[in-house]
Write a protein that binds this ligand. Sequence first.
Ligand code: AHR
Length: 551
Amino acid sequence: MVPETSLNRRRFLASLGATGAALATSSWLEAIGYAQAARGPARALIQQPRLGADFDRRVLGSFLEHLGRAIYTGVYQPGSSLADAKGFRTDVVREVKEIGVPIVRYPGGNFVSGYNWLDGVGPKPQRPTVLERAWNSMETNQFGTNEFIDWCRMVGSEPLLGMNFGTGSAEMAVAYVEYCNYERGTKWSDLRRAHGYEKPHNVRYWCLGNEMDGPWQIGQMQAREYGRKARDAARQMRVIDGNLQLIACGSSGTNMPQYLIWDREVLEECYDQVDGISLHAYYGNTQALTRNSSARYLAMNLDMDRQIREIAAVCDYVQGLRRSNKRLWLSFDEWNVWYRARTGDAVNGRRQFAPKLLEEVYNLEDALLVGGFVNTLLRNAERVRVACLAQLVNVIAPLVTNDTGVLRQSTLFPYAWALRYARGRVLDLRVESDMYPITGAGLQADFARNDQVPFVDVVATLDSQNGQACVLMLNRDLDGERELALEWRDITPTRVLACETLTGPDLKAFNTFEQPRRVAPQRLDSPAAGARMTFKLPARSYTVAQLAITT
Ligand code: AHR
């Protein structure tokens, strides 16, 4: 019997032949559904996946760290005219609630590796001020776990808590689970109740440390040493709460000398005790990463695709070694553009409270690439169950506060579109697109590759319950409009409900409090709904279409 997927594939290839498209693509891109087309309009065949469930919305999560102004003056600013009785910034609450962030990772990041969670609970006047060593800042502990949980409930997000595997012991990590999740009648659960939280927080997702392979990390470890600590802590945690989802620390980047080896060794130690493994990546348009080429830069979400495939392969390899029935999922719990505010005073708090750190200003090209990352995460959502845009407010963030309000940076829009429109199942896509070459000469090793990059990058989702589909389209062509013909199989769009694009003449344009809409969504003329729809994607653009459908 020929499997359905290869039938689909054959039909696809046959139909490409019928249009005279060149089938030159031999690279790994083919595996993610892209084929080289002759010059001319790009084309995407869209069909229902044969199997599969709705994607996990946690793949569109975000992150808040005790770092710079993320917490203090970002989400928490008692005394501000914008704060509520608990000290939460109401303007930020409104924004986060409106975009609907499903899960938020907290409290770090590097911060967590020196954090004593006990400092941040209990009566506020008694909480100690400490010198925080990851970012050399003053930490007053006026915002801690319980405030974070309250804030999450207020904005409608699920908490994803990180544990200190740097200076912290397995014992204190386990105590943290007991404090948060155990009903009553034990040392730590009764402490929580004494702090005014009668009911357990029931935090389900936990990170077992942060970037423990990094020389910059407080308490950096060797892979096997970390893997054994993770195994031991995880075992104990599951005694406290059998419902946990535990994420082991994977490599903190593709440029790490032990990339993939770290992941293999960690998993060889703790595969049976964990559910997922973390991936982190930050990107930039720099001499070393792109030779300052915007064309190479906009292809970087394909590097994210590769990283996902590589880490998944390591997981599957260890699964085989362990003869395990369990398939690990991936938690891409730090991803973003971050390359400007990355050295010197931008990363050194100089013992100040809420210093200005990592305050990256995002432009149009950053936003287009963030759109690309969203596409990559969605098309890999079968494997990537959790992912966090790092971070949410002020620190490498789409939202920035000052004393009078909150600014939406360019990168907010693609992220917010995915949150708003992408729902249900991720559809099966076969795309043929004209491509452009990228070359690796002189680039940092993990980005140094010669390849062909499709001008057009597309994903689509289908929400059968509400009868709606969403298509997210990146046009990487810096100079020209690109046509993209969507050909729907088994699904027929009946109406275009929304169509917006993010574009502009200046890739380097950015928003400020004075000019908050220099980079902002614009309405785009869309084709009539139907089985074949040709979108005209502006040069340098990211576009969303929301469609009513019948299946
Ligand atoms: O998100 C900023 C920092 O980047 C985090 O603290 C750390 O985990 C990563 O290196």
